[in-house]
Design a protein. Structure first.
Length: 177
């Protein structure tokens, strides 16, 4: 099935998505790679609310023009690197949609089932296509501390996709565990 959805998504909203479904998403994403995941797990209070957003495993290439950030490329990064943190991030922040490249592992699969969330894949090598769906950079956190690709970018997107549901809330996965 193909779905055009608006964020935020509740656990009940995503429970009907199945492995192989195609998603196009409109709303707010936040990016997080390895260092940001570690920080999200360790920090007590963060300056944004990830429960209303999709988590995008991406280290975007950005360009600052005047007082505004512009996305040059925002392809997905390999998600399995975040496996050691992902179950904690899902549970701590109520994440219902994670987007990345390649697969995730058993700990993530269990957290998706337990919390009502899905993992969706975006095609690798399509960073410019992703950038075209990003209509606004709303904010950035920890830029000086973590650097451009590791910082958390808050992005407004429109019809971001196609995303393939690769792990669903029922425990199904396209990837061998």
């Amino acid at each position: 099935m193909e779905y055009h959805v608006n964020l935020p998504l509740s656990p009940d909203d995503v429970r009907h998505f199945r492995v192989g479904d195609i998603l196009f998403v409109t709303g707010t994403f936040f990016t997080a790679r390895d260092k940001a995941h570690k920080k999200l797990v360790e920090i007590k209070k963060i300056p944004f609310d990830p429960s209303t957003m999709a988590l995008y495993h991406s280290g975007p290439l950005m360009k600052k023009t005047k007082n505004r950030w512009q996305v040059v490329s925002a392809g997905p990064t390999t998600s399995c690197r975040m496996e050691r943190f992902e179950n904690d991030v899902i549970k701590k922040y109520g994440i219902t949609l994670i987007i990345g490249k390649a697969g995730m592992g058993e700990k993530t699969r269990k957290a998706l089932q337990e919390c009502g969330a899905v993992y969706a894949s975006f095609p690798g090598g399509a960073g410019v296509v992703a950038a075209e769906a990003i209509i606004n950079v709303l904010d950035v956190y920890w830029l000086k501390e973590l650097g451009m690709p590791e910082a958390v970018w808050i992005l407004e997107v429109k019809e971001f996709g196609p995303l393939v549901v690769s792990m669903d809330s029922k425990g199904n996965t396209l990837y061998p565990l």
